[in-house]
Design a protein around this ligand. Structure first.
Ligand code: FAQ
Length: 321
């Protein structure tokens, strides 16, 4: 016999039915505590990644090689800020305030994607970030458009559309460089040498070391395992690299006729663990910059709160107008 209160029993039955039908759970629906917790973790970490992920590219806005490139890069970085906001809003519908989620990041209790702890050393790295990092983000996030939690799935639809533009602009930067002077082509090649492994690690640890995957798939949050998505991404980028006239420096990367996929070499999982543990090349710098930006933004939060309070006093309808 179940030990759950009657409401919880009914809630669980409704939840199980929605998941079995592959429909959507909405914020006001009953949901198991573990489902709420895992989504809050994943969606907020995703939000933090978008916000921290602005830094490597923002560092290049003043050094973009032309006005056009600068305008495009500014738009991209602003898009990432927008993604962070959609995702914080989606996470808040699960019951944790944005203040609390941001605090978890600032005190170092929440993770963000490993990839953003690597520096963008050259302009070609901006191309590699767009092509490989946004490309990996799309491969990971398109299936999340079908995630069982409504607000998360809906935010993913728009985010993926914008990521497609980001990926395309990165590819185009690399295309120009790889069809430019020998030095430019070499710069493009070196950029993808640096980003290949870390981009593949964005999909998370190998399936055997992924404690969350199985349950997240049973709940229709994740639709594919980390390794399945990583494989899909490798199969996608190899011909794209060929079209660029570039290659990946992975001696084990070759087409496997039997599997119908590219084989690829073992990734450096020790490095991945140390980056997640805070010991990557830029972890300290990224967090310092985020804390500084948060402190410098205090006046904006105060002004917004004062305005909201004023509207509430004058006319409560004004704030939603
Ligand atoms: N970095 O059991 P799993 C972007 C953690 S957005 C750091 O496999 P799960 C756009 C994981 O949290 C990029 N930590 O976990 C952009 C867990 O730790 P926890 C962000 C990682 O959740 C472009 C532990 O390892 N995208 O790039 C990483 O089932 C350019 C065990 O792992 C998303 O967040 C990692 N790479 O699967 C922005 C997508 N991988 O929390 C700016 C949504 C794993 O138990 C510029 N998230 N960990 O302490 C997901 O799809 C999943 O959360 C995964 C991980 C696939 C990332």
């Amino acid at each position: 016999m179940s030990s759950l209160p009657v409401d919880d029993v009914q809630g669980q039955q409704y939840f199980d039915k929605i998941i079995a039908e592959d429909s959507r759970i909405e914020p006001s629906d009953w949901m198991p505590a573990g489902y709420r917790k895992t989504l809050t973790r994943q969606v907020s970490q995703h939000a933090h990644s978008e916000i921290i992920g602005m830094q490597p590219e923002a560092n290049w806005i003043t050094r973009a090689p032309s006005l056009k490139r600068k305008a495009i890069l500014m738009a991209k970085v602003q898009d990432e800020a927008g993604h962070g906001l959609y995702l914080y809003s989606a996470a808040e519908t699960l019951g944790t305030s944005r203040d609390e989620l941001v605090d978890q990041l600032l005190v170092g209790r929440a993770k963000y994607s490993s990839i953003f702890n690597y520096p963008a050393r050259t302009w070609a790295d901006i191309g590699a970030i767009g092509w490989l990092v946004d490309g990996a983000a799309i491969a990971n996030q398109v299936p999340l458009c079908r995630a069982s939690y409504g607000p998360y799935a809906r935010s993913m639809v728009r985010i993926c559309k914008e990521e497609s533009f980001h990926q395309r602009q990165g590819w185009e930067i690399l295309y120009e460089l790889s069809h430019g002077t020998p030095a430019q082509k070499q710069m493009a090649q070196e950029a993808i040498n640096r980003f290949y492994g870390p981009a593949l690690q964005m999909f998370g640890p190998p399936d055997a070391d992924s404690p969350n995957s199985q349950q997240s798939m049973a709940w229709n949050i994740k639709r594919f395992t980390n390794d399945e998505l990583r494989q899909r991404f490798v199969d996608m980028i190899v011909p794209q690299a060929e079209a660029l006239g570039l290659h990946f420096e992975d001696p084990d990367l070759k087409w496997n006729e039997g599997r119908g996929h590219y084989d690829y070499g073992e990734l450096d999982w020790d490095e991945f663990k140390s980056v997640i543990a805070g010991e990557g090349p830029c972890n300290v710098q990224r967090m310092q910059r985020r804390r500084q930006a948060f402190e410098e933004g205090a006046w904006v939060r105060e002004a917004a709160a004062a305005y909201a309070e004023k509207c509430e006093r004058i006319d409560p309808n004004l704030i939603s107008a």
